[in-house]
Write a protein that binds this ligand. Structure first.
Ligand SMILES: NC(=O)c1ccc[n+]([C@@H]2O[C@H](COP(=O)([O-])OP(=O)(O)OC[C@H]3O[C@@H](n4cnc5c(N)ncnc54)[C@H](O)[C@@H]3O)[C@@H](O)[C@H]2O)c1
Length: 438
């Protein structure tokens, strides 16, 4: 099929590349000329495992093109995916300005039989709104469908190529069949292709993210409680997780969720509820709990140093909102950095992939270490924010030699407290009692 993908970010680039890899001819369109120029040169603007090789292969085969030329991308496309950003507005609702601007710019170029598919996460009713807008502009009905994306950054290619399920929201069986054909190469392990109305499909995406965010905020709240009750959240997790109604997935305590999806999608669903006169009690609590959790690491550092951070050398491991991505949108590391800078700390950071994105915000207000160990030289305290695999089994003896103070504040519970205590570290994590080194 001839496909256009509008918006060549994390979702658009992965979608376009994977669809090209299954044999389609794909044009990835973006208004960011610099991004498109880089992609044309074979540079991948984001870090996503496996993406570079796939882009290179499909671009070389002539199946994957990058362009800023709307007409060239849209005119022949049988399916047009919309994958532009839908960030939060001031009131938490999704800002659809990029989406509407795309709809307006492609309307007159759309092939008569083209199907416009929203891959962006959009409020319930957006597909219907696009149908109305296109009809107004073109004086005819257009085929519009919803196809929310469930990929996880850091495992995006794997998720796209082997999805748990594909959800499509369509008005006619014909459009459902067309999308099924497009996804067939990714459904060879019989994972379900679920067809529903665009409204249910749009809602499904928000409910999925809201439920995942709820699990995280729930476990974070009880982890904080465990610390005060002298209980251990890992034991509690084991105690509940074997109950098949509960399970273990997504119940890891931490420094709060970030990224471009959970925070904005929880708020957008709450805004939709308010718009319909429904009070979103759980969603509001999930969001507020998360905002508070993002301050927990900063509070632990401040408490350890009795509120005096002035001139303290603090190392930070992990800046991306999660491992295996360079994405720092809404990352808990940023809340920590703000807090430490406000207190006058001298901060040295390390992240395997996200350093340049953080440097673009903080410039020389931070020091940037070339590797995890060098970030520790002279540090009075290490704070771990992202659970990159590289941080799981460090050389503790080397760490102890490099650090001025053997203090670790671990927002991802990577180590065994008793083990760290024996090695002479003072160790604070989430949902367990701290241990004080010798
Ligand atoms: N990132 C994720 O993990 C993820 C997962 C599932 C769903 N989503 C949803 O997918 C959507 C896109 O997310 P993302 O993370 O890929 O965003 P992104 O910010 O990485 O990419 C959006 C792209 O759209 C481009 N763009 C903006 N206006 C445009 C226009 N008028 N014409 C052409 N291009 C335009 C931007 O330049 C940018 O490259 C959002 O709605 C998001 O909620 C994201």
């Amino acid at each position: 099929m001839r496909i256009a993908v509008v918006g060549t970010g994390y979702v658009g680039l992965v979608t376009g590349t994977c669809l090209a890899d299954s044999g389609n001819t794909v044009s990835c369109l973006d208004i960011n000329a610099d991004k498109i120029a880089r992609l044309k040169r074979g540079e991948i603007p984001i870090y996503e495992p496996g993406l570079e090789e796939l882009v290179e292969r499909n671009a070389a085969a002539g199946r994957l093109r990058f362009t800023t030329d709307t007409a060239a991308a849209i005119r022949d496309a049988e399916v047009v995916f919309l994958a532009v950003g839908t960030p939060p507005s001031d009131d938490g609702s999704a800002d659809l300005s990029a989406l509407w601007s795309v709809v307006d710019s492609i309307a007159s170029l759309l092939h008569e039989r083209a199907v416009v598919v929203t891959k962006s996460t959009v409020p319930v009713g957006t597909c219907a709104g696009i149908e109305r807008r296109l009809k107004q502009r073109l004086g005819r009905d257009c085929r519009v469908a919803s196809n929310p994306e469930f990929l996880k950054e850091g495992a995006a290619i794997e998720d796209f190529q082997k999805p748990d399920r594909v959800v499509v929201g369509v008005r006619t069986a014909e459009v459902g069949d067309l999308l099924r054909e497009l996804y067939l190469p990714f459904l060879r392990t019989e994972n379900p292709f679920l067809v529903m109305s665009p409204e249910s499909s749009e809602m499904t995406k928000y409910v999925a993210n809201a439920l995942l965010a709820t699990k995280i905020s729930f476990i974070n709240e009880v982890a904080n409680l465990c610390e005060r009750m002298e209980a251990d959240i890992d034991d509690v997790r084991r105690g509940i997780g074997h109950d098949s109604r509960i399970g273990f997935a997504f119940l890891f305590p931490g420094a709060g969720y970030g990224g471009s999806c959970f925070p904005k999608d929880v708020q957008a669903l709450a805004a939709m509820a308010r718009d319909k006169g429904v009070t979103p009690r759980i969603l509001s609590a999930v969001h507020e709990t998360n905002l508070a959790q993002k301050h927990v690491l900063g509070e632990k550092v401040a408490a350890h140093f009795a509120g005096n951070l002035q001139g303290r050398a603090i190392a930070v491991w992990g800046l991306a909102f999660k491992p295996r991505t360079d994405d720092i949108r809404d990352a808990p590391s940023l809340d920590l950095i703000e807090r430490l800078l406000a207190g006058g700390a001298v901060i040295t950071v390390f992240d395997p992939e996200a350093m340049e994105n953080v440097r673009a915000i903080y410039g020389d207000r931070l020091k940037y270490a070339p590797c995890a160990m060098e970030a520790l030289d002279g540090a009075e305290c290490l704070v771990i924010v992202t659970e990159w695999g590289d941080f799981r089994r460090p050389d503790f003896d080397d760490m102890a030699r490099r650090m001025k103070g053997r203090v670790i504040i671990d927002g991802r519970n990577l180590y065994q407290p008793q083990d760290l205590g024996r090695r002479g570290f003072t160790y604070h994590c989430i949902g367990k009692l701290p241990v004080n080194g010798r």
